[in-house]
Design a binder for this molecule. Sequence first.
Ligand SMILES: [Zn+2]
Length: 242
Amino acid sequence: MGQFRQLVRKSLEAALPEQAMLSRGRRLRSNSGADRPASCAISLTFDDGPHPEFTPQLLDNLATVDIKGTFFIVGEKAQQHPDILKRIAAEGHEIGNHTWTHSEPRKTSTGQFHDEVTRTNDLIFNLTGTPCRLTRPPKGELSPGKILALLKLRQTIVLWNCDTKDYLMKSWVDMETWCLDFTPTHGDIVLMHDNHSFAATTAALAGTLPNMSGVRFCRVSEWLRDSRHSSTNTLSACGGRS
Ligand SMILES: [Zn+2]
């Protein structure tokens, strides 16, 4: 993300009401609603799935290391693979909205964007029984009209502060190198994609690497102090060794 876009994003985040936009976590919410200290907690997020081959691999690895993540799914892919979407939810992960078609932001009108978010939320609810309150726009790009549309839909806009750039990687070794170089910082929201195998590599490594030791892995909504999210998320969902 360019410096100008980062500046715009930070300005927006400061200007919008709390809970409207999140690009990194601050305070973890406890079941009682009080702040809960944690030495280092981060959120792993996975975009652009579900993928019929790689998402199940990722879920297998996340289960092995007892880490819960947040999946920003593409509606039309979830419609093709409903059992995978149900599995994501059944295994305690969180599901967010990444629009219906992942259409190019600059070619997508506010009206189309609104319809895609609504259609995807409807599918998520129909398949999982849980309302979706988190939306991540494709490429993190938004216009004022789209922000307003999301606020009216009572969505929290979720961006990220840590991009693995896994879409540029050539093999799992590249991801292993990234993981080894990564210094987790409290509140990090890490961007990955589960439409290739590298995210599964990260999940497998996250529970074993020394630099990940003591890190708590939390779903995105655990950073939010909003009752809209409280019915679907509790701190017990936090995974990882701490
Ligand atoms: Zn995407």
